[in-house]
Design a protein around this ligand. Structure first.
Ligand code: ADP
Ligand code: MG
Length: 224
């Protein structure tokens, strides 16, 4: 156990953007690591680079410098296809904008990533949907669902393939406060039951307090 690599580790991540001739150093040497089953909240002001960091941790974007490892595998040494495969097998992502597929009903949206990962289990989808309060809604399309229901579908989709890691980027940012609390509680419960690790971006200190650890991104660096 002692020698088991961290589930996720990032070392000295740097990322800058150039827009209108100005160079903006968004991430200036970010280190973090997450163990299996651990939950981590990442807070920070709007524009501090939280989404950029999540994209890099998911292998959706490469950093300018630094290294991300998932269970000891360095993401930047994989091809784009290799990163996509690792992401499908290991990571479930929940976005602020839900990002459901409009042409698929709720059930097919939940099953989508598990199918891609070759791990579709209809009984698991049914169980998850039940836990998410979506049992009667599986044949509805995203546009027929409320925001809270759409985000519960997105959480189901992220969990259906049984990933070791869930990355959630302001998952309740588009919901009113009562719905946000309910959806977050449900997500934390299901993530814990699945034994998955969670890295959740939020700008709410109140929501962050419910996770095992809290880190803040500020001026391109991470603070405890
Ligand atoms: P957060 O999620 O914390 O609000 P982001 O990671 O979305 O912050 O953005 C951090 C900063 O980087 C912002 O100033 C944003 O405008 C800039 N940025 C993000 N992506 C790009 C991009 N593709 N091109 C240029 N600037 C970008
Ligand atoms: Mg963001």
């Amino acid at each position: 156990m002692e020698n088991k690599p961290a589930l996720l580790s990032a070392r000295n991540i740097r990322r800058a953007f150039t827009s209108a001739g100005a160079r903006l150093e968004v991430l200036r040497g970010v280190d973090l690591s997450l163990r299996h089953g651990e939950s981590l909240a990442l807070t920070g002001e709007s524009g501090s680079g939280k989404s950029t960091l999540v994209h890099i941790l998911a292998g959706l974007e490469l950093p300018d410098a630094g290294e991300v490892e998932i269970e000891g595998t360095p993401l930047n040494r994989l091809s784009e296809a290799g990163r996509a495969r690792l992401r499908r097998e290991t990571i479930g992502i929940v976005f602020q904008q839900f990002n459901l597929i409009p042409s698929l009903d709720a059930g097919a949206n939940i099953a989508f990533q598990a199918r891609l990962a070759g791990r579709h289990d209809p009984d698991h989808v049914t169980r998850l949907a039940g836990r998410l309060g979506l049992a009667g809604h599986l044949h509805k399309y995203p546009e027929e669902l409320s925001g809270g229901q759409q985000q519960r579908v997105a959480i189901g989709r992220a969990l259906a393939a049984r990933p070791a890691l869930i990355l959630a980027d302001e998952p309740t940012g588009n919901l009113d406060e009562a719905t946000a609390d309910e959806v977050l509680a449900l997500m934390l419960e299901l993530v814990a039951e699945a034994g998955a690790a969670l890295l959740m971006v939020t700008h709410s200190v109140r929501l962050a307090a419910r996770l095992d650890r809290q880190l803040q991104l500020s001026r391109g660096r991470i603070f405890a």
